[in-house]
Design a protein around this ligand. Structure first.
Ligand code: NAD
Ligand code: DAU
Length: 329
């Protein structure tokens, strides 16, 4: 199994999950080790995998690795919306060209591909109401990040239809859990407090996200690999929606601080209001069920993980906050 982006947040958790639940897999990780990738996230399993530092946009590297693989799970991407607003170019390279290179290699060698995508390709929903994205919702990406992810999904669909590539796609809601980069919302708030700073909410904080534990996402990916239908798209989401303000209040409480101990900072341009996935298809057709039902418990475990693993995030924290200072957030 070739895992692209396996030194990133979801990819590293996927490698751990796979070795725990499917030890028969032989895993090769291909990762460029951008600022977001960290080989230390794979330290505990380093002797059980092969690690290749390389770029999914590099045709020769990708071709050689795909030639040796039966299955490819494609996580590698530039993943942070704020970065894409500041400098879109790496997103075009990694997310669009990288997916194209992989598709061409998979076409040549006949490997099965699962492409990891996001609910952000569908744009956003009104703040109030019960509308949800489905597999049939029209694509309407808002940010450079989501536009490149939408483009990559379209490439996968086209390669399935025109060349008969054996691929599936999943579009998951926001993930949380161990090894998430400190630039992302939940780790940023926790590590701000752990380093003596304050939690920072963009704009009003009314924006809503649907939070799914990373292990529930990765369990869904394994179900799609074993039981999913080639050519199909599956939406993944816990059904647990919270405003950003509610998340910050809960984190502050878990960290032993007053619930209102946060600052409002400049809003993100084009900030998507609300995401919500209707995951009926994967639940009914493949039997997926999230195991992390209680978000507060999941957040408590995440706070504890960051508290106990300062060695893993400390070096990235300062550089991340430098970048945020330039953005005024
Ligand atoms: P991440 O930023 O933590 O990790 C991305 C990994 O990809 C890093 O290890 C990085 O070094 C690697 N990478 C980037 N460009 C590369 C390139 N050109 N070649 C090889 N490796 C490269 O991202 P994440 O949060 O783990 O997201 C993984 C995937 O899941 C992405 O495709 C993202 O769009 C998707 N996704 C993320 C979420 C979420 O909440 N984080 C939700 C749904 C979908
Ligand atoms: O929905 C899936 C997507 O979730 C993935 O495709 C992306 O890769 C992933 O980064 C995530 O995108 P978001 O933009 O939703 O996540 P982020 O962690 O950047 O922000 C979550 C919300 O919190 C968003 O409304 C912005 C807000 N926010 C973020 C930061 C970093 C704050 O209020 N304060 C902050 O400091």
């Amino acid at each position: 199994m070739l895992v692209t982006g396996g030194a990133g947040f979801i990819g590293a958790n996927f490698v751990h999950y796979t070795l725990r639940h499917r030890p028969e897999y032989r895993i090769c990780v291909l990762d460029k080790l951008t600022y977001a990738g960290d080989q230390a996230s794979l330290r505990q399993v380093a002797d059980r995998i092969r690690f290749v530092r390389g770029d999914v946009g590099d045709a020769a590297t990708v071709d050689a690795l795909v030639a040796e693989s039966d299955v490819v799970v494609h996580f590698a991407a530039e993943s942070h919306v704020d970065n894409s607003l500041h400098d879109p170019e790496p997103f075009l390279h990694s997310n669009v060209v990288g997916t194209y290179r992989l598709l061409e290699a998979v076409r040549r060698h006949g490997a099965r591909l699962h492409h990891i995508s996001t609910d952000e390709v569908y744009g956003d929903l009104p703040l109030t109401g019960t509308d949800r994205f489905t597999e049939e919702t029209a694509y309407a990406p808002s940010s450079p990040y989501s536009a490149t992810k939408a483009a990559s999904d379209m490439l996968v669909r086209a390669w399935c239809r025109s060349y008969g590539v054996a691929a599936t796609i999943s579009n998951c809601a926001n993930n949380y859990g161990p090894y998430q980069h400190v630039e992302k919302f939940i780790p940023r708030q926790i590590t701000n407090v752990l380093t003596g700073g304050r939690a920072r909410l963009y704009g009003t904080g009314e924006h809503v996200r649907e939070w799914t534990h990373v292990d529930d996402h990765n369990a869904a990916v394994h179900l799609i690999l074993s039981r999913g239908r080639v050519g199909e798209t599956y939406l993944i989401g816990s059904g647990v929606e919270r405003s950003n303000r509610e998340i910050v209040e809960t984190l502050l409480e878990l960290l032993g601080l007053p619930r209102d101990d946060f600052d409002h900072v400049a809003d993100r341009p084009g900030h998507d209001l609300r995401y919500s996935n209707d995951s009926t298809k994967i639940r009914t057709q493949l039997g997926w069920q999230p195991r992390y039902g209680d978000l507060r418990d999941g957040l408590a475990a995440t706070v504890e993980w960051f508290h106990d693993n300062e060695w893993w995030w400390k070096a990235a924290k300062q550089a991340t906050e430098e970048r945020y200072r330039l953005l005024g957030r």
